[in-house]
Design a protein around this ligand. Sequence first.
Ligand SMILES: C[S@@+](CC[C@H](N)C(=O)[O-])C[C@H]1O[C@@H](n2cnc3c(N)ncnc32)[C@H](O)[C@@H]1O
Length: 443
Amino acid sequence: MKDINNEKEKNYYHLDKQSFFYQNKTLEDTWVNKIIQGDNIDVLHALLTSPLIDQIKKNGGIKLIYIDPPFEVGTNHKMKIDIGNAKNHSIGFVAYTDNRGKEKFIEFMRERLVLMRELLSSDGSLYLHCDWRTSGWFRLLLDEIFGENNLINENIWSYKTGGISKRSFAKKHDTIFLYSKSTKYIFNQQLYKSWQKKKYNYSKKYPEYFDEKEGRWYHLAVCRDVWDDIYPIGTENKERLGYPSQKPESLLERIIKTSTNEGDIVADFFSGSGTTASVAERLCRKWILSDIGSKAINVSKNRILNILDDTFKEKINSFEVLNLTKNQSLGQNSFDFNVKTNIQDGKVSFELNDLVPNFDKLPIHEKEEINLNWSDWVDSWAIDCDLNLSSKSFVANWYSVRKKDDKSIDLKTNYFKYTLGKSKFGVVVTDILGNTVLKEIFL
Ligand SMILES: C[S@@+](CC[C@H](N)C(=O)[O-])C[C@H]1O[C@@H](n2cnc3c(N)ncnc32)[C@H](O)[C@@H]1O
């Protein structure tokens, strides 16, 4: 068992922490949402054994775990990364690997599912998203770990996109198992828009209405276990972030609304692009994400920052990014950067003026295509005006991040107050591959 807050284990687990606070930081008891980078086996152990578990319990425990593990497709999942402001330039990057083989995969999942069940609150639920490749294995595994009586639903998400085979029926559904930890689980019945030929005058409970745009009658019906009203993320979808296997927000919305109430904690330990947190944040739930990939962590971080920027609400909780990667500090040696300081009227501003990638350390492909301006490598950067490394904490008092629809980035900060000989600033830069590097600046 590893304790992420245990000093003795520091050499084994580095906890690099960047916190993005939107509320008064002095509220000690306030829940802070979490994005944790690391192998989820370590993250689960850490959550179960560190003081974080008390915080989780104080906040009602984890009511819902949704996971969408790799599907055992047998290949690596690549993604294209847009390069800063450089139009029509992108590079190929392996977002995650997916080729363990049956026995290893089952053992890999068994270990993790046991810990996830332990972490769930007694009235919690687990949703496991898979497809025909692994659904049979998972059914047996989940029956064993959760008990067959706790299988609530084998939900089918059916869709029409993607290729078809001439030698089989087109494989057009995913399976989403829903297991509860006990008989006392949260279940808020959901309604969906069901079309009908004409008006039937059903009961008032399920009102009928005519959709002018579609020219059809509909009524709101109780959700069945076959979901065919949720569209996958196609190339034109505005939610699309380019992360492989990104799931639609409407799917997570159904799941989160069904199995949690406002204020509950939702967790996703194979979180990819952060769909679960994005929906949880919108629906005023608390959340914990974790993923092993730096790109997944970065996409999720930017996704949440974009939501917070767009829809500042009073209820918003701050979030922090933790790193639980074994024997390495986040992004070390992946690149170097330079910052210039400008002093005026007793205040200081910072200007990012160079970033030099360390090509030998970058797991990228198609390197020969890369001929960029240094600033195109910058994905986001942030300033902590009072860096306190002993608390292993970086608080972003100022940041600039490329947005999905606006790729520009500010390379100069505002002016901040400082005290000569006393002020310690932190500058964190994240490159477009998701590597993060921190520098300290003393004034
Ligand atoms: C199918 S994707 C999840 C996609 C996600 N549902 C979304 O909407 O973007 C699976 C994710 O599991 C992550 N993963 C695989 N093995 C992991 C491990 N041992 N610990 C944490 N994350 C892992 C991969 O990096 C990948 O991002």
